[in-house]
Write a protein that binds this ligand. Structure first.
Ligand code: PEP
Ligand code: MG
Length: 586
């Protein structure tokens, strides 16, 4: 038995057999500088040669099992050498500076779409061979030992170096019970997806891939940020008991999920859900959401070769609005760039993607893409209450320019006699320090504000949200963040604009008193957290929360705020906070 610690994304416990996954899970989305691209291509070529030699060896081996008989080996070797796979990957490295592993993965995803459209089942099924070959190649590239082509089984724990947001979604659909990885970040988009799905995920577990074998039992404990490899009987029993206690606690908290979110002294708090697609809306309303506070539109479109047309975006938005049945929905325009790179468009992110072409910057740069989305959203606004939210605003001029584009888009729609609603409110995300400092100016040009604490914390601390070694600097309770929030809330109040927080900070019940005390009245969060936050709201006394927020603003560290939180309400909110590690600081 081996205990390894990491950092938790979300909460919960899962126990199951380890799957060192198919290649899909292990890929790091890495860029290669122009001067290193030919070396990267050579690295790919060397891996192809080595994988081919290993396959040839399998083909020669008389003892090879039937599935690896010489015929299939020949097919696999042909796939390995094919232009469609390797040549295309070389092109992505050469022209777009995509790392070799990621390039292979992109090509396989593209081939998957082409195969899926084939009419003949026998051809369609051949895609499994392409995936297996790609897996071998990736394992070569990553220097991992060859593994059996294991099927993912329901209830398995997927272990890998890293996890992309698309992997998280796909693996969840396959019935995987939890994730544990060596890399990641508390608000990386994979972590956000895992949290939204209620999947236990522990990242930053150094040495994990080396320590496990496929089929080992693994406990993922996202409450206490650790994994246990090959647990002994007593540990397994205690995990079983804790899981049962967790389920019981959830039932108790969820009992009030459909009750109004009002404090003990009658202040109403609006609680929304963050979603990625229409399929999540019903569950969000069922979990107690009164609005959808953030639709991350880009996540629907990452794992495909092209960006969506206006028509497709319109249909997706209408599906979401219909599912929301009259509850307001805030659609954020495409937040591409950073760690969210679609396959079909070239985004010149630069050497430091988080500080590069991202969010509204990309949309203003590629107005053809932006205008298609705005047209779709203004059209959908005629179907239900819809707000448009701009990501990564850092200057008020970006809002002004967007307003001009919106006006042109609406004129166009009117000219074309297409039904639309130009009164859809336009808001800005406050997630860069410069937006915080000028929140008053931005508020004056917008209809509403929404604070993205994930990015705000990343940029305030200069700590990459994707880097597990910087995870300790994810400190929502730090007075710097509390002061930033107080400034934004004051600017919103002074200009009479509504403000909400849709970053993950809003979904941690440890922060509910702080946020309510600082003046926040609208939250949006991952669906599984709604019941917990609502339960805390219903136990909140506004004067106490305000006093706690005031005292916190005067403290000097997140540790002090966290200790004060424990002292003030730790016992009172035991039901909601128990089993949830106190905010991690260092
Ligand atoms: C945020 O930054 O807090 C946010 C909500 O946006 P995202 O996590 O998608 O960057
Ligand atoms: Mg953000």
């Amino acid at each position: 038995m081996l205990r390894l610690s990491g950092t938790a994304a979300g909460s919960g416990i899962a126990v199951g057999p380890v799957r060192l996954p198919a290649a899909r899970v292990l890929v790091e989305e890495r860029r290669v500088a122009p001067e290193r691209r030919s070396a990267e291509i050579s690295r790919l070529d060397a891996a192809v040669t080595a994988a081919d030699a290993a396959m040839a060896e399998v083909g020669r081996s008389a003892a090879a099992p039937a599935a690896e008989g010489s015929e299939i080996v020949d097919v696999h070797r042909a796939i390995l050498q094919s232009d469609e796979l390797v040549d295309e990957a070389r092109r992505l490295i050469r022209e777009r500076g995509i790392g070799a592993e990621w390039a292979i993965r992109m090509v396989v995803d593209q081939l998957g779409l082409a195969f899926a459209q084939m009419k003949d089942d026998r051809f369609r099924e051949r895609f499994a061979d392409v995936e297996q070959v790609a897996e071998r190649l990736l394992r070569r590239l990553l220097g991992l030992p060859a593994i059996r082509d294991d099927e993912l089984v329901a209830g398995a724990i997927v272990v890998g170096f890293d996890l992309s947001p698309v992997d998280a979604l796909q693996l969840h659909r396959l019935g995987v019970a939890g994730f544990a990885t060596e890399r990641g970040g508390p608000t990386s988009h994979a972590a956000i997806v895992a949290r939204a799905l209620g999947m236990p995920f522990v990242f930053g577990v150094h040495g994990l891939v080396e320590a496990v074998h496929a089929g080992d039992t693994l406990c993922v404990d996202a409450n206490f940020s650790e994994v246990v490899v090959r647990p002994d009987e007593a540990t397994l029993r205690s995990f079983g008991e804790r899981r049962a206690a967790e389920a019981e606690r959830f039932r108790a908290v969820a009992a009030t999920r459909q009750s109004p979110a009002v404090t003990l002294d009658g202040t109403a708090i609006s609680l929304g859900a963050n979603i990625e697609s229409a399929t999540e809306v019903a569950a969000a309303l069922e979990a107690g959401a009164d609005h959808i506070g953030l639709v991350r539109t880009e996540l629907l479109y990452l794992a495909r070769p092209t960006l969506p047309s206006e028509e497709e975006q319109y249909r997706d938005a209408v599906d979401i609005l219909r599912a929301a049945a009259g509850h307001p929905v805030t659609f954020r325009t495409l937040d591409l760039g950073g760690d969210k790179l679609p396959m079909g468009v070239r985004i010149p992110v630069g050497p430091n993607p988080a500080l590069g072409m991202r969010g509204i910057r990309f949309s203003l740069d590629r107005q053809d893409i932006f205008r298609a989305q705005l047209r779709a959203l203004y059209r959908a606004a005629a179907v239900g209450p819809l707000r448009i939210l701009l990501p990564l605003v850092s200057r008020v001029s970006e809002v002004r320019e967007t307003r001009r584009i919106c006006a042109r888009v609406c004129e166009e729609l009117a000219r074309e006699r297409i039904v639309f609603d130009e009164s859809a409110p336009l808001g800005a995300m406050i997630e860069t320090p410069s937006a915080v400092f000028t929140a008053d100016h931005i508020a004056a040009e917008c209809d509403f504000l929404s604070v993205g604490t994930n990015d705000l914390i990343q940029y305030a601390f200069a700590a990459d949200r994707q880097n597990e070694d910087m995870a300790y600097l994810y400190q929502p309770m730090h007075p710097s963040i509390l002061r930033a929030l107080a400034q934004v809330f004051a600017a919103a109040a002074a200009s009479g604009r509504p403000v909400s927080v849709c970053g993950d900070m809003a979904g941690d019940p440890w922060n509910t008193w702080l946020l309510v005390g600082l003046g926040l009245r609208s939250f949006s969060m991952a669906m599984p957290e709604l019941a917990f936050v609502k339960s805390v709201v219903r136990k909140t006394e506004l004067p106490l929360a305000e006093e706690f927020a005031r005292a916190s603003l005067a403290l000097t560290s997140a540790e002090e705020v966290s200790a004060l939180a424990s002292a003030r309400f730790g016992a009172r909110l035991a039901l909601e906070l128990d089993g949830r590690a106190r905010p991690r600081t260092r």
